[in-house]
Ligand binder design. Structure first.
Ligand code: URP
Ligand code: ZN
Ligand code: ZN
Length: 469
């Protein structure tokens, strides 16, 4: 059977056309401009009318944390609930993380995480490998993961001393391995040792409200870590380097500067840094402010961070928008460990709303429609080695979203599908809505209703991206 998307505007990173799209099995089989006659439906075709809508590639969210064990609690979306929420929001690929901790075994950590996700995901999925304890064996094992398991990326932390933190020597060794293999090194860039001093001093002074989470993680300490990671990547032999969750003008400026020096560096930002702020959200005090504690933190609305990040996306200084989806429930989790900012689990949930929140940038004129598609789907697919996803083209996986620009989305915990009892975006009324979602040829969201099969998602064996060599 063929499925036809007719009468829509096909939008890819490199342009838009009035065209009809045919899907056979799991692949896109035909794209015919209507100026060339379009596709005439046959009696056996399933026809989906996309009049007035955009036909865009399914979103690729390259940074999510389902059922993440933080040490004190576990993020509240399972792989099942989180991928259903992703599907509602037009995301048909997620990449989560396997986590090796200091003294732990990389291959065992990968297998454990793989087993947890495999039986649950409703969209296609992959895993990055966190190295929380970079030692000789961890590097040998991480190097073997590309051939063994199709893992094309590792993640390192310059934050969180005593937990996931790597020192500069460990980071250099890991980056040397990445330069050698082509694996992408994702880095959480914040100077964790300096932050810990500021946190200790804030607590000693009695400054424990949620806003101190941001005040003790100043943008200078994000920028300093980005600079250091970029230098280490260059010294390592130009390792592919991807800075996660860029939140500030300061960090962005370091990425721009490193790119002009020829560093193989890419930046990611997230919707929370483009829409939420220290004053309006984190600064609400207890209890609501706790819902906005994430790292890197929300920044001051008075310092041009948001305008600079939008510009960074517009001018390709930032390559990707991911959610860093890390959901917690308010009462039991965000407020469950005591009223002091450093006790609150870090993270904001948003896997369901990335396409909608980023579409507001199109409406406001910050980015083009094509760039919206590129940062939400095409670029993450390319950078993380999933070449069959991220665009509407013949022989690509049939991951297709019908996006209705005339509809409206109102975000609320009452109606969202993430396993969270609050929303960081509560009450926001957004232009545009996801109407229909196809994942590898299956319609999984039909006119706003999830109709997918449990655990239908497929593990993505990835390859080293040609884009970064
Ligand atoms: O606050 C956040 N982002 N929590 C998730 C873990 C991380 O640092 O990415
Ligand atoms: Zn992080
Ligand atoms: Zn994260």
């Amino acid at each position: 059977m063929r499925t036809l998307f007719v009468n829509g505007t096909v939008v890819n990173a490199d342009g838009q056309t009035e065209a009809d799209v045919a899907v056979v099995g799991e692949k896109i089989s035909q794209i015919v401009p209507r100026s060339g006659g379009g596709i005439t439906p046959g009696p056996d075709d399933l026809v989906i009318d996309a009049t007035g809508c955009f036909v865009v590639p399914g979103g690729v969210d390259a940074h999510v944390h389902m059922e993440l064990d933080t040490g004190t609690t576990v993020s509240s979306d399972s792989f099942a609930s989180g991928t259903i929420a992703a599907a509602y929001g037009g995301t048909t690929t997620i990449i989560d993380f396997a986590e090796q901790r200091s003294g732990g075994n990389v291959l065992e950590a990968f297998e454990k995480r793989f087993a947890a996700a495999e039986s649950q995901c409703v969209v296609d999925w992959g895993l990055h490998q966190i190295l929380g304890g970079v030692d000789e064996q961890a590097l040998i094992d991480a190097r073997s993961l590309i051939a063994r398991e199709g893992v094309a990326s590792i993640k390192l932390f310059m934050a969180y001393p005593g937990r996931l933190y790597s020192d500069d020597g460990q980071i250099l060794r890991a980056l040397q391995m990445c330069a050698d293999t082509g694996l992408m090194a994702m880095v959480h860039a914040e100077n964790g040792l300096a932050i810990d001093v500021l946190v200790e001093q804030a607590i000693a002074a009695g400054n424990i409200t949620p806003d101190f989470h941001s005040r003790t993680r100043p943008p200078e300490l994000e920028a300093e870590a980005v600079h250091r990671a970029a230098v280490l990547s260059q010294v390592a032999g130009n390792a592919p380097l991807y800075i996660v969750h860029v939140s500030s003008s300061h960090a962005l400026a370091e990425i721009v500067s490193a790119r002009t020096r020829g560093v193989n560096i890419f930046g990611e930002t997230c919707p929370q840094y483009l829409h939420l702020s220290l004053e309006d959200h984190l600064g609400q005090g207890w209890p609501n402010g706790a819902g906005f504690i994430c790292s890197t933190p929300l920044r001051s609305k008075h310092d041009h961070h948001q305008a600079d990040l939008w510009d960074g996306l517009r001018y390709d200084q930032l390559a990707v928008v991911s959610t860093d989806h890390c959901p917690f429930c308010m009462r039991e989790q965000k407020l469950g460990f005591g009223e002091s900012f450093q006790l609150v689990p870090n993270g904001i949930g948003g896997v369901e709303h990335r396409l909608d929140l980023m579409y507001q940038g199109v409406v406001a004129g910050h980015i083009s429609l094509e760039r919206w598609v590129e940062v939400c789907a095409t670029a993450p697919a390319r950078l993380f080695g999933v070449p069959r996803k991220g665009s509407i083209a013949v022989d690509m996986d049939a991951d297709v979203v019908i996006y209705d620009p005339a509809a409206t989305t109102v975000i609320s915990a009452e109606t969202h599908h993430m396993n969270m009892d609050y929303s960081a975006y509560e009450g926001m009324a957004l232009a545009g809505a996801v109407r229909t979602v196809m994942s590898r040829g299956d319609v999984i969201v039909n006119n706003g209703q999830f109709v997918g099969r449990a655990s239908r998602g497929r593990y993505l064996r990835r390859e080293v991206s040609q884009h970064i060599r």
